[in-house]
Design a protein. Structure first.
Length: 99
């Protein structure tokens, strides 16, 4: 009888496939869910850095596959901003308009 040490190529490939599936699912899920992960408090803080006259966040429309839309109160007017965010919680205000 031979003494067999180590793993077969099939066993190694199965483990690698499982690892890639688990890691890939996490990365894809994180990328797709990027715009849904922001918090209202964080968004308000980020917007107030560039627009200090904004007093409160009224509504958020979170979108997974396009920019999120947030409605804020600024100078007693409602304004909408498009928001791009990523999984690292970096926010970028793209444009705005009155509502």
């Amino acid at each position: 009888m031979k003494n067999q040490n180590g793993y077969t190529l099939v066993e190694l490939l199965i483990v690698l496939v499982i690892v890639f599936i688990v890691c890939g699912y996490g990365l894809i899920g994180a990328g797709v869910m990027g715009n849904a992960w922001f918090t209202e408090k964080g968004v308000l803080k980020k917007i107030q850095a560039n627009h200090p006259k904004i007093t409160k966040l009224i509504d958020t429309e979170r979108n997974m596959f396009r920019y999120s839309v947030i409605t804020v109160e600024e100078n007693d007017q409602r304004k909408q901003y498009d928001l791009d965010s990523n999984v690292l919680f970096n926010y970028k205000i793209l444009n705005h308009g009155s509502k």
